[in-house]
Design a protein around this ligand. Sequence first.
Ligand SMILES: O=P(O)(O)OC[C@H]1O[C@H](O[C@H]2O[C@H](CO)[C@@H](O)[C@H](O)[C@H]2O)[C@H](O)[C@@H](O)[C@@H]1O
Ligand code: UDP
Length: 719
Amino acid sequence: MVSYESCEKKQRLLVVANRLPVSAKRTGENSWSLAISPGGLVSGLLGVAAEFETKWVGWPGVDVYDVAGKNALSKSLAEMECIPVYLEEVFDQYYNGYCNGILWPILHHVEFPQEDHNDRNKTYQTQYDAYKKANRMFLDVIIENYEEGDFVWIHDYHLMFLPQYLKEYNKNIKVGWFLHSPFPSSEVFKTLPSRSELLRSVLAADLLGFHTYDFESHFVSTCTRILGVERTHEGIVDHGKVTRVAVFPIGIDPNRFIKACELPEVRQQMTELKERFAGKKVILGVDRLDMIKGIPHKYLGFEKFLEENPDWRDKVVLVQIAVPTRNDVPEYQKVKDQVHGLVGRVNGRFGSVSSLPIHHLDCSVDFNFLCALYAIADVMLVTSLRDGMNLVSYEFIACQETKNGVLVLSEFAGAAQSLGAGAILVNPRDVTKVSSAIKEALIMPAEERDERHRVNFQYVKIHTAKKWGDDFISELHATFSESNMKIKKIPLGLPQQDVVQRYSKSNNRLIILGFFGTLTEPMNNQNEELDVRLNPELEETLKALCNDPKTTVVVLSRSGRNILDKIFGEYNIWLAAENGMFMRDTTGEWVTNIPKNLNLDWVDDTKNVFKYFTDRTPRSFFEESETSLVWNYEYADVKFGKAQARDMFQHLWAGPISNESVDVVRGNHSVEVHAMSESKGAAIGRILGEIVHKSALTTPIDYVFCSGYFLEKVELNTI
Ligand SMILES: O=P(O)(O)OC[C@H]1O[C@H](O[C@H]2O[C@H](CO)[C@@H](O)[C@H](O)[C@H]2O)[C@H](O)[C@@H](O)[C@@H]1O
Ligand SMILES: O=c1ccn([C@@H]2O[C@H](COP(=O)(O)OP(=O)(O)O)[C@@H](O)[C@H]2O)c(=O)[nH]1
């Protein structure tokens, strides 16, 4: 844990989110009023700031086109440490189009609408372009305000290109990215046309955060399946770059709610509400009017409850605050119509002149009134079809210190993983279950309510927004320091000019090359035949090198003699097969280096295991040589291949190799079993001896070039 308080100067933190914590409204030509923006992201972030010198970068909630207006607004926002990004004409296609019309549904497992071919100005492509442009606009504002050492914490799906843009600008910027929404399974994310670019770009960050393990593991397996990258204990590894991925469940600032409930003004509102609903139990719903919040499902469940429990019809009300949101996105307009239809139906069926079962409000409410509502409610009903976290459930619990009301919570909200112990969990699509959960909540005995509330209240008190922010930034700090140390360990790129110059000046050169993956033809296409060939682009160069009297070329491979003979038969080249167990000089004569008593008893049984897994892993194959077996899943589905490799390990250790002296090596996409022998490094030593001996060298070797895949474990130290 890093302590920032001990530093004289507070650590600077740039919090970048689509929406600033305050939204602006124009009150005059050059005057603006600012109010807290709605939504859980803002609520969560408001609890974070105190430890850091925080600046907020984001969209101010309005389009401003005139310079004077922008200047005045920027000035007002600066007083609140907010820096605006004016998105102007890009906004519609970026926010309503790509963010909320395409990404939001996908992230919540909802199919996104088919592209409208009639409107050429609004296609997936134009929306995607606007998305990228908006991300660049955020970048420009960050660059203007960035100071060395700042942490940049990017939030949410609106800004998936920003990590990459920032790192391209300055790779030393510490970049974290947190997703507030769920992340879907790879099957769903795969439907997104620009899936790979988005994933790669996000992976440019140092640290990625998710609310729950489910979302995190969906993200990781999506990266594995779509990009072919792998997860290690350090994070996701892509071309040597490690991106740390971790779970950070958000919280709220509970004291803000607890204190508000003690304010005289709020107490007064509570009294009024209690009078208004005297003799009735109050069920409360607070959601943005978003299709993922499952408001129609809530109404259907409530309708069923009233249907089946006539005694309750005049003893319960459902108060639903439906906060307007994303009004310009067509799908949101449809949900609104659907919800209004249901309210009419339920109230028509079960209402009377003096009472209505559903009080549906299409508006937001101010903070104090919201706290009063939370405090007087008997039941909080959350029926999200999917939800990143759902902070409304946390806020309800914070305000229920005296009443101990019951939380009915969708099992598909992130909050179900943290508040599930004290809540009644429901599947919102199961209308019967929602109805019975409502009844269970309404009639729950006081002791059970108290116990459930106690458990959840304790959780909400401890897992605060501040803790969430501290944990994330602390991890970002640690990740960045570690990754810097690792970058130093990665060998530098080949200084090509230098290599060529030295080559030209030298008189007796030795070139040692690996074979598989070094000289072979790349196989990107999954449908290609699995036939290992020399890369045609290298043929001429390799031939020229081999025929140069001043150059000796050695190919050192784990492959067997047959393959190497087939490929290099025509070349004037030295070959070392099976990692040096066999050696061939330029005349084509193989000599063996296999120790006399080499134990090969394990081979047949191991082969059976390899066959078994090859049959069950499409596009995997195994290579067999005198002293080793290699199972390769490079061209198989990476995730499946990895899982199979794990299983294969268990099979091998449990059977054929349990008591044998063999080397088992887990390669990047392979499992290798070798007779216990010497390393490639030692083999090179021996080859060198042979070359010196056979060529009767008169001039010393003055140039050595090695290229290939060497397993760190054995090779790097020896060579
Ligand atoms: O900014 P809007 O388009 O008006 O939407 C409001 C926010 O909605 C989403 O909130 C999510 O964040 C919450 C806190 O982590 C989480 O509890 C909730 O489940 C999410 O839906 C969205 O992710 C934010 O970017 C929006 O600001
Ligand atoms: O009229 C309202 C009602 C609610 N909220 C806030 O909106 C947030 C909703 O967050 P949640 O995580 O539940 O869902 P989101 O809307 O972010 O998807 C909560 O902090 C509420 O206090 C609000 O700003 N205005």
